[in-house]
Design a protein around this ligand. Structure first.
Ligand SMILES: N[C@H](CCC[C@H](N)C(=O)O)C(=O)O
Length: 277
């Protein structure tokens, strides 16, 4: 199977051009290719497919083989792939996903897409749609018992579920312990991606993320969007912020008029390859 390894601020996936390749068992393939010793090494697998409804379709799988509904860093890389590899000449493209069609604007330099702005759609705050069993007032972070601690949590869906947790110290957080506590928490019937965030000032936050099905990743685009919405909702920041993640920064802006969230960031190709599965 031919593939292209790409990363969006360190959130790395194996991409397969399914206009040319066939992936019979994507879930098993995701597990195999994601293994950082016996496979290629990645946070998961992303299939680039033809679409009747949009220019392309993105299908995303986590490292544990579970299918995700949306991937912010991934969709920027999909846009870069289809432009750089000549599948389209358009610099405004649409990509269908399990959480609806997303619209992207590409910034091109020397014939390559270098920065991509994504309309990530509406943030979903109703607990039952996240889904989250725990009632929440979307404005104020609510205390939630997780493991031995109580955390301030604001839940936001960006087409996939996120628990945004405000903490004083992001860098020294024992995320290997706390992350799985959230991932398995009974308040989230479909599990959850958990972002641990510290507000630095009204325009800047720093975060780490424990992803459902992949563990800690260096970045999470949908997670950064959920963080920006949660910080603005709780009155901690402006509606447009720089989100600092382990792998780099993303610019997130929540347009309250249209209630749409925009994410801007880079996408890079690491290498092309072929793997015998
Ligand atoms: N890393 C992705 C999110 C993956 C979400 C996935 N872990 C799930 O919801 O199952 C991003 O950049 O948005």
């Amino acid at each position: 199977m031919k593939f292209t390894k790409m990363q969006g601020i360190g959130n790395d996936y194996v991409y397969v051009n399914c206009l040319e390749e066939r992936v019979e068992h994507p879930s098993e393939t995701a597990i195999k290719v994601s293994d950082r010793h016996f496979g290629i090494g990645s946070d998961g697998l992303i299939l680039i497919k033809p679409s009747e409804k949009a220019d392309f379709e993105m299908e995303m799988y986590n490292a544990d083989g579970s299918q995700g509904a949306m991937c912010g860093n991934g969709i920027r890389c999909v846009a870069k792939y289809v432009y750089d590899y000549g599948l389209t000449k358009k610099t405004q493209i649409s990509v269908d996903t399990k959480s609806g069609i997303k619209y992207l604007d590409l910034t091109v330099k020397d014939g390559k897409a270098v920065e991509i702005r994504v309309n990530m759609g509406r943030p979903i705050l109703e607990a039952e749609k996240i889904p989250m069993k725990y009632p929440q007032s979307p404005v104020i972070a609510k205390p939630l018992n997780v493991g031995e601690n109580i955390y301030e949590v604001t839940a936001v869906s960006m087409g996939n579920p996120h628990a945004v947790v405000f903490v004083e110290d992001v860098q020294n957080l024992d995320i290997e312990k706390v992350g799985p506590d959230f991932e398995k928490h009974q308040a989230f019937p479909e599990s959850v991606n958990t972002e641990f965030v510290r507000v630095l000032d009204r325009k800047t936050v720093e975060m780490r993320v424990w992803e459902r099905g992949s563990g800690e990743t260096l970045a999470c685009g949908t997670g950064a969007c959920a963080v920006a919405v949660a910080c603005a909702l709780n009155g901690y920041t402006e509606d447009a912020v720089t989100v600092k993640l382990l792998g780099g920064d993303l610019k997130i802006a929540w347009d309250r008029e249209d209630n749409l969230v925009y994410m801007t960031g880079p996408a890079q190709v690491v290498f092309d390859g072929e793997i015998r599965l």
